[in-house]
Design a binder for this molecule. Sequence first.
Ligand SMILES: Cc1cc2nc3c(=O)[nH]c(=O)nc-3n(C[C@H](O)[C@H](O)[C@H](O)COP(=O)(O)O)c2cc1C
Length: 177
Amino acid sequence: MKVAILVGSLRKNSFNKTLAEFIQKRYADKLDSEILDLNLPLYNEDLESDLPADVVAFKEKVRNADAVLFVTPEYNHSISGVLKNGIDWASRITPDLTEKPGFIVGASMGGLGTVRAQMHLRQILDTMGMRILPANEVFIGAAHTKFDENGALIDEGTVAFIDSVVHNFVEFYDRNK
Ligand SMILES: Cc1cc2nc3c(=O)[nH]c(=O)nc-3n(C[C@H](O)[C@H](O)[C@H](O)COP(=O)(O)O)c2cc1C
């Protein structure tokens, strides 16, 4: 299964980027994944007549993926502008996300671990006609305590839970092919 990973943080030491890299490595036998570059120009309809090359490349990668993994931080109780901008680009000219299966994980420093961001994200992706794995909510709160200095996810309960979510996603994907 070819999976496009969209990470909603551009920060070098982002917990969400670290989480995406962890998932990429740990489940490499199940998911052939690529973390896409979301450092794109801000969406502007005027650019649609002459799409920037990085937007063209991004849209193509989303379109060619079998599934999408969203790795979201929480900014002011919602998703980041970076992630929304990528989703907006993916939704225009060609509907790159429509009908695609996907799943969501997220890490934040707050106690609720992106609950509110993920609720918004599910609403957005539903509008887009995506098929998002129901339930299976990976909310990693207090993210600064869950990774070591090398970026390894050290919380065993969290790792075990992500194992089950990835397993469930692969079954969901196979059932809905
Ligand atoms: C603009 C902004 C708003 C934030 N709002 C929230 C929030 O609503 N809830 C929360 O748990 N953390 C919030 N945070 C803290 C983030 O969880 C923290 O910066 C986290 O490290 C961001 O994810 P990243 O490590 O992947 O960049 C906010 C951070 C920023 C920069």
